[in-house]
Ligand binder design. Structure first.
Ligand SMILES: [Zn+2]
Length: 522
């Protein structure tokens, strides 16, 4: 007989707000949602006392990187360093503690700790000169290397920038140690041997547990290399993962035609909580690195309009081809030119391949030209935002606003406009780029740190973006995102009703428990 449980003595999310109710669960599914006390618990039911708190559908993170997040603690712990000197000290200490490791790798340094976001190899040479040091920024679009790494990667004397990448250089042309975008930094990342499959599976289990602790039950892994798929299937075997995951395989702008058959062979409908339904495209880079593709030049770099990763015609061809293969598109689009190129590609795919329930995704959406806003709803594009990025932090004030200027700076992350346009909006963390907790992210969406009050989203709407919005993106609206009979019992118990308190106080609300298909994960 299926295990049964009843959640009592609390408020239950009904799609708009939390109301007093009992929730009866049988096995993996919600069986009934009733007025408190009207339905007696079936014999043997486990009683979950909500203690006056709120029961919500598990949150769905529409864009994160669990494998990257889970692997991070194998490497030099540079995340959170507030100065270049702090990064250097941590790199030095790690190198001393790992004398036989032929490289030093670390993730998560912030571009704001060096003037203009430019990092010099010589700063790292002071700490470690005898082997390559390769560090990737928290936004994953920038790599900082020491001189040994530049030399070993063949970049030290490289005269011209490689396709799809840019090397910051001294006036005499010498690369300084900052590599932007994949074309530039793949040779440096190649110096770091990948972990084995068992290490990856372990990292995924740990990452899933970390996400479950924040109330997440489903995540879109937004960048998976084909070789890593077996590690996900391994990690999930027998339902061992604390969250379900859909994987997005990254299409390469140069080799996507050769990737196609391989991707088709990896397509996977959900089993053990893993599906492989999606292909990821990085259309452009990031505004703070000057690589997001813009319709007008950056305010502080005459003539520079960013660094698109794809030729528009090539992106149209690739999105159309993977769409014909039955994949969902998940497109990184940061600047207004990147967004337009991505929308054009989605439109081209729909025209070429005809009507289909395809739910294409555009994510980040830092700047959307007003003329493009209605196209999201018209094309059925799901708009995925990372509301934490809309706050006036150091990245925003030191690096982004000088690049955008006043007008564009005041139009960033137009989440409320997107909702008002009728498009489906889903929320995401981009963890480990930024923190994973949905309650922090809902708080940021509702307050925006005091910036752009017209684009604030109420906590109630925000919960919708994090539950039904993501369920739509996931093609799982019949099984997740709502607390209704017949849905999976993916649930999160919060210490209080998130809509009943000051949004600024949301991060302090405790997550008291998370259940995945009726099984308690935290
Ligand atoms: Zn991402």
């Amino acid at each position: 007989m299926a295990t049964r449980g009843v959640y009592v003595n609390g408020l239950v999310w009904n799609g708009q707000r939390a109301r007093p109710a009992d929730v009866h669960v049988a096995g993996e599914l919600i069986e009934a949602v009733t007025t408190p006390g009207v339905l007696r618990p079936a014999p043997g039911s486990e009683i979950h006392d909500l203690e006056g708190g709120a029961l919500l559908p598990g949150f769905g993170d529409a864009h994160a990187h669990p494998l990257i997040g889970g692997l991070e603690d194998r490497y030099a712990p540079i995340r959170g360093s507030r100065t270049v000197a702090e990064v250097r000290d941590r790199v030095r200490a790690y190198a001393r503690a790992h004398p036989r490791q032929p490289f030093v790798y670390g993730e998560g340094f912030e571009l704001t700790i060096a003037p203009g976001g430019v990092f010099r190899a010589s700063w790292l040479d002071e700490a470690v000169a005898d082997r390559p040091v390769v560090l990737r920024s928290n936004d994953i679009h920038t790599v900082w290397c020491n001189t040994a790494a530049l030399r070993r990667a063949g970049l030290l004397h490289l005269a011209d920038d490689p396709a799809g990448g840019r090397l910051d250089r001294d006036p005499d042309g010498t690369p300084v140690g900052t590599l932007r975008e994949w074309g530039a930094f793949l040779p440096a990342l190649g110096l770091v041997p990948p972990p084995g499959p068992a290490d990856k599976a372990l990292a995924l289990r740990r990452a899933a547990q970390r996400l479950a602790q924040t109330g997440v039950t489903w995540v879109q892994d937004a960048w998976v290399e084909p070789d890593d798929v077996p590690a996900y299937l391994d990690a999930a075997r027998g339902g061992a993962l604390a969250v379900r995951m859909n994987l997005a395989l990254r299409a390469d702008p140069h080799t996507w035609r050769e990737q196609r058959e391989h991707f088709r062979s990896l397509r996977h409908e959900q089993s053990d909580g893993i599906s492989v339904r999606t292909v990821k495209f990085f259309v452009d880079g990031i505004v703070e690195g000057g690589t997001a593709a813009m319709l007008e030049a950056y305010a502080n770099a005459a003539g520079c309009r960013g660094l698109p990763n794809w030729e528009p015609a090539e992106l149209r061809a690739a999105v159309t081809a993977f769409d014909a293969d039955g994949f969902q598109a998940h497109i990184h689009a940061m600047g207004d030119a990147g967004v337009r190129t991505a929308l054009d590609a989605v439109e081209a795919a729909a025209r070429a391949n005809g009507p289909r329930d395809r739910r294409p995704v555009l994510t980040h959406l830092q700047l959307v030209d007003p003329a493009d806003l209605p196209r999201f709803r018209e094309l059925g594009v799901v708009a995925v935002f990372q509301p934490l990025w809309a706050r006036p932090d150091a990245v925003m004030t030191d690096l982004i606003l000088p690049r955008l200027g006043d007008d564009r700076g005041g139009r960033q992350y137009a989440i409320a406009d997107m909702l008002a346009s009728g498009a489906t909006v889903a929320f995401a963390s981009d963890w480990p780029a930024t923190r994973p907790e949905p309650l922090h992210i809902l708080s940021a969406a509702a307050t925006r740190g005091g910036r752009l009050p017209g684009q604030r989203v109420t906590v109630s709407r925000g919960v919708g973006c994090y539950t039904t919005g993501t369920a739509h993106l996931a093609f799982e609206e019949r099984s997740q995102g709502t607390i209704r009979p017949g849905r999976r019992a993916d649930l999160v118990h919060l210490g209080s009703d998130p809509t009943a308190i000051d949004p600024a106080a949301l991060p302090a609300v405790p997550v008291r428990g998370t259940w995945l298909a009726g099984r308690r994960t935290t």
